[in-house]
Design a binder for this molecule. Sequence first.
Ligand SMILES: Nc1ncnc2c1ncn2[C@@H]1O[C@H](COP(=O)(O)OP(=O)(O)OP(=O)(O)O)[C@@H](O)[C@H]1O
Ligand SMILES: [Mg+2]
Length: 284
Amino acid sequence: MLEAADKIDIPLDRLTPTMEDDAEELEPPQEARYEEEPFFDGDEFQEFGSRVQDNEDLEVEAEVFDVATLKALYKLVHDGAIDAVGGAVSTGKEANVFEALCDGDDVALKIYRVETSSFDDMRYYFEGDPRFEGIGGSKLDVVQAWVTKEASNLRRAADAGVRVPTPIAHERNVLAMEFVGSAGSPAPRLEEVELENPGTAFDVVSTYLERLYSSGLVHGDLSEYNVLVDDGDLVVIDVGQAVTLHHPNSDDLLRQDCRNVARYFSKQGVDADVETLYTRVTSS
Ligand SMILES: Nc1ncnc2c1ncn2[C@@H]1O[C@H](COP(=O)(O)OP(=O)(O)OP(=O)(O)O)[C@@H](O)[C@H]1O
Ligand SMILES: [Mg+2]
């Protein structure tokens, strides 16, 4: 038994934020069998699938729209998350982003390619995350969990006061979220614009880093490529890889984010020091 003199003083500020809400936030991913659902109509699905596949804007992306992905999109239509799939916005390493419509408003659809995903790399970002203990071993399990994680991270970031696209719905390998931009054109990335007041922008991004950290998250890929500039608002995107503070390398990932941010803003003439930024974030 410990004597009074042996008691170890653990400062409160060493405590990581609690993750009490995590368990109820997420359900284990399962491959849905839409054909068994009452809403599923085989003829209607065939017609929907042909309409998406015959869309000329999407022709080059044909391999993204396999039958299982078309079924996930069909489910999103039935759930009222989207009405129609529009043109391609971006082709990334793991995912393609498309414009879609819902009640006349633009929606962004991020569709992960299951077969070509580098799921071993993806697995790394689930480590220590209490929300994803025991995810299955298949590519699909990993991609489904990733999409669930991206939606959950978007919600958590928004709740913490970070401007991100609002998540709308997710299904299998597809995430539907607020479209950031106007008239079907995505807002430019920070790297594509010239800022009038980079000092203020640095302060905003630093505050976002602080708020994310206070909500128990580290972005893990924050840079001028994952911040959109929407009518004067800075919008953080691409939060699928964001980890909780329980991740064994969350500190390294945070340092990397701070380095990217400080490097970019230094180039813009801002007095942006990595260590000062790191200290500001971690003592928030
Ligand atoms: N919600 C959105 N609204 C408008 N445009 C978006 C939205 N999300 C993403 N985009 C556009 O799609 C591009 C790619 O998105 P994102 O960064 O999320 O994926 P990614 O980098 O391709 O992912 P990966 O790391 O797997 O390659 C963005 O740079 C942006 O132009
Ligand atoms: Mg990106």
